[in-house]
Design a protein around this ligand. Structure first.
Ligand code: ATR
Length: 285
């Protein structure tokens, strides 16, 4: 129960944001650390983004997360973008310092941490990335940075996939890159890992899957960054085929805790100590 109503507000902006688990993560951390703050969600239409950010400054919102579909478009409205976010081409965390908005990206690090936790080494691996939006930008670039051998980007809108591939190529001229439309996935079976960065399978579209896994070898790793539902249709299919699976809540928790680190200047050692507790908590939703 809130004891002091002179409270700081943190939030998530996106569209859609129903069923987001971010409030559970952040309010749990606030409560545990005795921080007089609350985290809420705002469903924001693209056309209102600029006005919303102006009003956040007036209201003194201390920090916020950014999700689908604003992770790239928000960048033009921020006062500063830190190096990692600029490099990864997307922002998912904003800190308000006295009316000055600084954009960060915690998706990339959150994603890599979830691989490290499983001792998954992506050096020299061939990775199929589904989607070319904000999350895909951060993840693909991070995978290239971490030494992947080949990245294949499949996206419904080919032009967006090509744009992302070009951006990655400008940063890493040695990496092997391919790009195609999503429905051509059957041409790319010789891979080590699939990462779904599309919103296909996300609530309420829970009966959809971005690809049919039955044509792939069962020694691939399937990572779905969609976390609502926690086990998507893609992950159910992967489990049935005996593939190693990684759920989107792993990345969600990691990126959320890294956002808290940015907002409250936590030391690196303290950041991930609540991961297991949060995982149990979120599995109940
Ligand atoms: P995020 O910030 O989470 O990455 P986003 O930037 O809105 O979200 O990106 C969503 C991704 O899901 C895009 O790659 C999008 O494909 P398009 O670039 O063609 O829009 C993909 N996506 C969303 N709905 C889709 C659908 N029904 N079929 C195929 N791809 C879809």
């Amino acid at each position: 129960m809130v004891k002091d109503w002179n409270i700081n507000i943190y939030c998530l902006i996106g569209d859609p944001i129903d069923k987001s688990l971010s409030p559970i993560i952040h309010n749990y951390i606030f409560q545990k650390n005795n921080i007089n703050s609350v985290y809420v969600c705002f469903n924001i239409n693209e056309k209102d983004l600029k006005g919303v950010l102006d009003s956040f400054k007036i209201l003194g919102i201390k920090g916020f997360n950014v999700t689908v579909p604003h992770k790239i478009s928000i960048m033009r409205y921020l006062d500063e973008i830190d190096d990692e976010a600029r490099y990864l081409g997307a922002v998912n965390t904003v800190k308000n310092i006295g009316g000055y908005f600084i954009g960060y990206n915690t998706d990339g690090l959150g994603f890599i941490k979830s691989l490290e936790d499983r001792n998954i080494d992506i050096v020299n691996k061939d990775i199929l990335i589904l989607g070319a939006g904000g999350a895909s930008h951060a993840i693909s670039t991070k995978l290239a940075l971490e030494g992947a051998n080949k990245i294949i980007i499949l996206n419904r809108t080919l032009s967006k996939g090509k744009k992302l591939a070009t951006e990655i190529h400008e940063k890493f001229d040695n990496i092997k890159l391919e790009c195609d439309t999503l429905d051509n996935f059957h041409k790319y079976l010789n891979i080590d890992m699939i990462v779904n960065c599309t919103t296909i399978g996300m609530y309420p579209d829970i009966d959809s899957s971005p690809v049919d896994l039955s044509i792939f070898n069962n020694n691939i790793i399937v990572y779905d960054i969609v976390y609502k539902p926690i086990k998507t249709k893609l992950l159910h299919m992967a489990e049935r085929m005996g593939m190693e699976t990684i759920e989107g809540i792993d990345m969600l928790i990691n990126q959320g805790l890294l956002s808290q680190k940015i907002w409250f200047n936590y030391g690196t050692n303290d950041v991930f100590k609540d991961v297991d507790r949060l995982k149990k908590l979120l599995n109940g939703y």
